[in-house]
Ligand binder design. Sequence first.
Ligand code: TTP
Ligand code: MG
Length: 337
Amino acid sequence: MDMDAFFAAVEQKRRPELIGKPVVIGGSGDPTQRGVVSTASYEARKFGIHSAMPLRTAYKLCPYAIFLPVDFREYSRVSEKIKSLLGEFSPVMEDVGIDEAFLDITDVHKPSEEISKEIKKRIWEETGLTCSIGIAPNKLLAKIASDMQKPNGLTIITEADVEARIWPLPVRKLWGVGPKTEAYLKSIGIMTIAQLAATPIDELHRRFGKSYGHYLYEASRGIDESPLVTHWEPKSTSREVTFQSDINNWQELARNVAELTREVVDDIRSRKYRCRTVTVKMRFNDFKTLTRAKTLPGYSDSPEEIRKAAFDCLNRFEIKKKVRLLGVRLSGFEREN
Ligand code: TTP
Ligand code: MG
């Protein structure tokens, strides 16, 4: 299950006057300033606007789109509601991201299509949002299926469909094939999943190594034995800010470190975690990026202790160049009893 245009849909839901309009979510919501697009409504996508595009580019493509800031708290709230609702359909759930989850319905004795329709109906009733669902024998195919008929899609893929419906797709559709692998495969003439499936295993091993080569061999055949990861624990939480104009004023950096730290601490406290490691990241105006980390003597969720550690990290940077981006990350979690 993957929500449709998630951040934008949440905004359209709480401000119905935005329904049917091009809406772009990203950064501070001011498209003349730095920042990237988090997501765009399907109306805005018609103009070529997509996730990770600079806001200024989006603005050029569609100046009259409605630009809004990211309200992470609200999207998390809605996300949690959706996840708990999914959990009612089957206890075996893998929470993948803010708007995505796998549900194992092997042991639910009802036709899978019927279950999916009920899930869509419940999500709609509880949140007023639409999602897309893929039904398949494994996670790899379910993920591809969920994307096939967006928005508000319901797609069923069986093992027998792999040749007709999966093979014609570009390799990029396979989980684990990113832009770099895509470019490399293209350079050796492999564009589609069918072409990948036609590549001998020896060649895949030679080019990609045993493990990834084997993965590509199986994935191109729609084979995936990976289980759902049901007890997933977050490994880290972070917040970053890209400045409107680069800064090298220590006071200003310190103020931002304090603010970002407050946000990540709020986050772990609300999720009842304590952390062990605090990391501060800095990207300079030449795009060189450095991090400094500090490990605490024990697990902590104390705002004072974590802020102090963040400041220790900040003080270990040499600030010779102006800073473009600042981030704070907490990791090494332990759940509170
Ligand atoms: P996606 O599910 O990738 O995108 P989406 O839900 O907006 O659209 P689609 O209908 O195609 O599924 O990501 C979920 C949310 O995660 C998205 O609403 C915003 C956020 N996000 C980012 O902040 N940056 C990104 O680069 C991407 C891809 C997503
Ligand atoms: Mg989505």
